[in-house]
Design a protein around this ligand. Sequence first.
Ligand code: AMP
Ligand code: GLY
Length: 426
Amino acid sequence: MKVLVIGSGGREHALVWKISQSPEVKKIYCAPGNGGIGEIAELVPVGAEQIERLADFAERENVDLTVVGPELPLTLGIVDLFRERGLKIFGPDREAAKLEGSKVFAKELLEECDVPTASFAIFAEAAPAKRYLFAQPVPCVIKAEGLAAGKGVQICATRQEAERAIDDILVDKVFGAAGERVVIEEFLRGEELSFMAITDGDHILPLASSQDHKRVFDGDRGPNTGGMGAYSPAPVLTPALHQRVLREILEPVLQGLNKRGIRYSGVLYAGLMITDEGPKVLEFNARFGDPECQPLMMRLKSDLVALFQATIEGKLDRAQVEWKEEYSVCVVLCANGYPGPYEKGKEIRGLERLKDWERGYVFHAGTSKSQGRFLTSGGRVLGVTALGRDVEQAVREVYRGVAQIHWEGMHYRKDIAYRAMIRDGA
Ligand code: AMP
Ligand code: GLY
């Protein structure tokens, strides 16, 4: 069969890598892909948001299955469009993807279903938002309603800061239409956890647990990023907590969506805070996490394509998912300056030393290939990912890989998975 993967990040490289191991797959396309993906798939020069052109391509090339990596095409309705044209596609439709695309939609659904989440209020005007703020404790969290490329959430230490964040969103419209409304949220304390499941709308198949590191510097300091590293499994998720997340969060949310006539099919990713009172929802994503997907794919034993097909056919109850009983750790190497303005076009050296790496793989994110050389072309450039018997060994192995790679200005965190190491007593 022929598979098309949409997107251009480390997550999509991991998906393409895993899909390429499926016995049924004869050909993989990736639109638009990146330098590393081009080594194992045919790149299609169409952007992830050009959904009409992607559907034209899938039709013309008789693609049997399309897999959507990022959220933007989902919220633009790529799944609805492909289905209308009789094309098979994995991911939630436009209505279902609102769970990620609109924080107002998500919070209202959570409230309706009685799912634990930070207390909140929603405003379209700055004046009442600031009045509400006056009675709230700080820190508090100010969120733009829509997709803002990961920059729409501000944790504000003072009321002044929060007022500025409200003005940015509602008055100065720094996020454009994504800032029609703001959500003002209670600040939650605890440990964060990424809980991902595949669902066909009726059945939930939880994936292995994972955790990512959002801040750019060691010790979880500095600004938030898309993710500087990730690991799986996450020891914070005990079997008892796993059951609670299913019963108290995922099941009621799916039921709530079904009640609204929305059938959610695809990856449902709950960003959780494990508080003293139990797990609470920070946000939902309608896709695999990036970089969490990289360690997950490395641990996945089952055929990913079979899982996608079972989801599309609504037969997820018959599917099984098996994982390697090992740890996997991914360290993101990023460009100098990221998440602010950063340099591009630097030559990446040392990749050839990891070509036959037995216990790891280098997933590309912001890279391009030119005259046989890999160049940096994005903020997050590579996701070096490795396996180990325990977390300590996986960490040692992954940093052994990282040490082989170099470009001018390369930055990475040296403490990925430290929380798991502490829990492991390592
Ligand atoms: P979001 O895009 O909503 O996940 O927010 C991005 C990041 O901001 C999360 O991963 C958390 O680290 C942080 N965050 C969001 N909401 C809250 C909250 N209510 N309390 C504490 N931290 C939060
Ligand atoms: N790593 C967080 C995300 O994918 O949203």
